[in-house]
Ligand binder design. Structure first.
Ligand code: HEC
Length: 202
């Protein structure tokens, strides 16, 4: 499904007079549109968009950084011990650093990548909603899990999206990792999932 592209909005200013006129008109149209009611997104639409954004960044890092510099050009390695090894962090680590940074900046939403068979023991599902959600995505291929939950007296809209073994690299690395509790992942298995929470209290 093609998305919205900024280039589709053509803005031609052949001379400075039209540029000024257009700028004034644009100013007016912006001030008019700002008084109109913006579309309110549903919590589900918001978590779907956040999920899209985070998986896009995750795959961009894997392709444009790791696959290029590590696998193709072989100029640097990627390592879980990236500081000690002076290497690039793994995509899953970059993902977690992003999530940790967000949690330090806002309490409006939070997210994490979890698994019932985690390499990093902190990434295990624990809340009743997480456990229910992971069971749901395992039994309902292609479906996401959406619900509301209360944690420490606060209400959340919570969404869980499956993370699948889309390449052999996922399977090989997890199956061979000394801390992985599961050694028999195969291609396209659900290896875990992304949990996104939106705070519902104002
Ligand atoms: C080079 C090794 C490597 C590759 C390749 C890899 N992972 Fe991981 N993965 C890890 C490590 C290490 C962690 C723990 C990161 C952390 O510290 O939170 C992790 C974490 C995860 C988690 C969170 C639960 C856990 O195990 O801690 C999921 C889910 C996951 N990976 C899925 C995938 C998928 C899907 C792919 C392929 C698209 C993939 N991984 C590729 C090493 C790898």
């Amino acid at each position: 499904m093609p998305g919205f592209k900024r280039e589709d909005f053509s803005f031609n200013a052949p001379n400075s007079i039209t540029a000024i006129v257009s700028a004034v008109l644009l100013g007016i149209s912006i001030s008019i549109s700002s008084t109109a009611t913006a579309k309110d997104f549903t919590p589900r639409e918001v978590t779907d968009m956040l999920h899209l954004q985070m998986t896009a960044l995750h795959s961009v890092y894997s392709k444009k950084i790791i696959a290029r510099l590590v696998n193709k050009d072989k100029v640097i390695s990627a390592s879980e011990e990236y500081e000690k090894d002076k290497a690039l962090p793994l995509p899953a680590q970059m993902f977690r650093f992003g999530a940790e940074a967000v949690s330090n900046m806002t309490n409006k939403y939070s997210y994490s990548m979890l698994s019932e068979w985690p390499i990093n023991p902190n990434n295990i599902p624990i809340t009743p909603t997480e456990l229910k959600g992971f069971k749901f995505i395992a039994q309902n291929e292609g479906k996401n899990f959406y619900t509301t939950e209360e944690i420490a007296g606060k209400k959340y809209f919570t969404a869980i999206y499956a993370s699948r073994a889309i390449s052999e690299a996922c399977v090989t690395c997890h199956n061979n990792h000394k801390s992985s509790p599961k050694k028999n992942f195969i291609l396209n298995d659900i290896m875990g999932g992304i949990v996104i929470r939106l705070a519902q209290d104002k």
